[in-house]
Design a protein around this ligand. Structure first.
Ligand SMILES: [Zn+2]
Ligand SMILES: [Zn+2]
Length: 224
C-alpha cells in the first residue's frame, strides 16, 4: 500500500520503534533512537538527616525542545488514512481511551483525515514522509511529536487484536505511538510503554514512568 500524500515532516518525526534491539534490521534506526534519549537516572538528593526520603528515578524522555500540546488543546481529533484495515478501527480507540483515562487529554474522530490532529495510517516501505518502513521486522511503527500528528504503522508487520505469538499486540504498539504524539520520547525503563523495543506477543500498559514524563512535560496533574 502506498500513499500519495506529500507531507512535510520535521526531524521530530523520529524516533521510530523496534521490536528487538538485536534484530539485524533494527540496528541502524535503533542507534538513531538511542542518540535521542535523555537518560534521567539522577537520584533526588537526600536532605541531610532525612533517612527515608523518596528516591525518584526518572527514565522517561521528551523530544528535543520539549514540544507539547497547548493547554487549550487537550482535545485531539484523529482520523484514519483511506484503506486502513478494520483491525485498526477496532483497536485504536481503545489505546486512545486508555490515554484519556490517565491524562487530561480527550480524543474524538475528525471530520476529515487532512484536518485531524492525529493522522493514522498503515503504510508499506517508502510512504512519502522521509522515513520509509523496512519490511518485516525492524521498525514496527513511528509517530511524530505534538503537532506533527502522524501515527504510522508498517504494513509489512503482522498486528493482532489479542495476544498472539507471531504478531505485534496492536494496542500495545498504539499506546506507545500515541505516547510520542503526546510528547514522550523513549524511556530507558524496560517496563514503560515508551521503552523503544517490543516483541511479538508482548502486551504492555502505560506505566508510572510514562505518566511521570507527561506530568513533567505539561506541569499538570495527569489523573482525571
Ligand atoms: Zn517509539
Ligand atoms: Zn511514516
Amino acid at each position: 500500500m502506498g500513499v500519495s500524500r506529500k507531507s512535510s515532516v520535521s526531524a521530530v518525526l523520529r524516533p521510530e520503534c523496534h521490536r528487538s534491539p538485536g534484530l539485524r534490521h533494527g540496528l541502524v534506526h535503533g542507534e538513531a533512537s538511542v542518540r535521542g534519549l535523555r537518560h534521567k537516572n539522577r537520584r533526588a538528593r537526600e536532605p541531610p538527616g532525612h533517612a527515608y526520603s523518596l528516591r525518584v528515578v526518572r527514565h522517561y524522555a521528551h523530544f528535543p525542545g520539549k514540544p507539547k500540546w497547548a493547554s487549550n488543546k487537550y482535545h485531539l481529533t484523529y482520523e484514519y488514512a483511506p484503506g486502513t484495515p478494520q483491525l485498526f478501527f477496532d483497536v485504536i480507540p481503545r489505546a486512545l481511551g486508555r490515554w484519556a483515562s490517565l491524562t487530561p487529554f480527550t480524543f474524538s474522530r475528525a471530520s476529515s483525515y487532512e484536518s485531524a490532529d492525529l493522522r493514522i495510517g498503515v503504510f508499506r516501505g517508502d510512504h512519502g514522509d522521509g522515513s520509509p518502513f523496512d519490511g518485516p521486522s525492524g521498525v514496527t511503527a513511528h509517530a511524530g511529536a505534538p503537532y506533527v500528528g502522524i501515527v504510522h504503522f508498517d504494513a509489512d508487520e503482522k498486528f493482532s487484536d489479542g495476544v498472539e505469538d507471531d504478531a505485534f499486540h496492536l494496542e500495545t504498539i498504539a499506546l506507545h505511538e500515541f505516547g510520542h504524539s503526546l510528547g514522550l520520547l523513549h524511556s530507558s525503563d524496560p517496563t514503560a510503554i515508551m521503552f523503544a523495543y517490543t516483541n511479538h506477543g508482548q502486551k504492555k500498559d502505560v506505566q508510572e514512568d510514562d505518566i511521570n514524563g507527561l506530568r513533567n512535560l505539561y506541569g499538570v496533574r495527569m489523573s482525571k
